[in-house]
Design a protein around this ligand. Structure first.
Ligand SMILES: [Zn+2]
Length: 195
């Protein structure tokens, strides 16, 4: 075994207690700031960019796109505010993965079909939580039916598995990349892992 800067400690079953450490709190604070800045920038730039692209390809005058542009901008901003509220006011919950399945959505107009990967969880309070993923499906891949799960609303990859001892990897809670389960820090973004 070579040495690395990514720590290395045995994996034990149970939800991580690292989430309450100052190191983890600081990491959450800076990742929250990055999330806020990128989502506001995306929302603000989305409508002007769409207007330029549409007017370029459809020969519609830019001036005629102002009203649709304002509508797109408003929807984007509402979405940003909604996801920020969900992130900051959302509550941590514990639950269990109860079902996993793939739905196929057929688009007859384009003769294409899309797969939706659904990981269904039930909180200990009895609420159903359906997590839907499209092209990439890290949550679907990581969890098995019967796994205990904890939801952390402020994390980019918000689901933590109770028993990580049977796994070779743990998804980084900040960048989502798969990390060796023996590491303490993510090799990609250098943030602390939840273990
Ligand atoms: Zn990472």
């Amino acid at each position: 075994m070579g040495t690395n800067d990514y720590g290395g400690s045995p994996v034990q079953p149970g939800f991580s207690t690292r989430i309450d450490t100052p190191e983890f709190r600081a990491a959450m604070g800076s990742s929250g700031k990055v999330f806020a800045i990128t989502s506001v920038l995306t929302a603000v730039l989305l409508a002007p960019l769409l207007m330029l692209v549409v007017s370029f390809f459809s020969k519609v005058e830019l001036a005629d796109l102002i009203i649709p542009g304002i509508i797109v901008e408003a929807i984007a901003l509402v979405y940003v505010i909604w996801s920020a509220l969900k992130r900051s006011l959302g509550k941590t919950w514990d639950g269990e993965v109860v079902k996993k399945y793939v739905e196929e959505k057929y688009d007859s107009k384009n003769d294409t079909s899309e797969h939706i990967y659904i990981t269904e969880m039930r909180t200990d309070e009895g609420k159903k939580h359906k997590h839907k993923e499209h092209l990439l499906h890290p949550v679907y891949d990581y969890f098995e039916v019967g796994d205990r799960v904890r939801y952390h609303p402020k994390l980019n990859f918000p689901f933590e598995k109770f028993d990580k001892t049977r796994d070779a990897y743990v998804p980084c809670p900040f960048c989502g990349q798969r990390q060796d389960v023996t590491h303490d820090t993510c090799q990609n973004c250098k943030m602390p892992l939840l273990k």
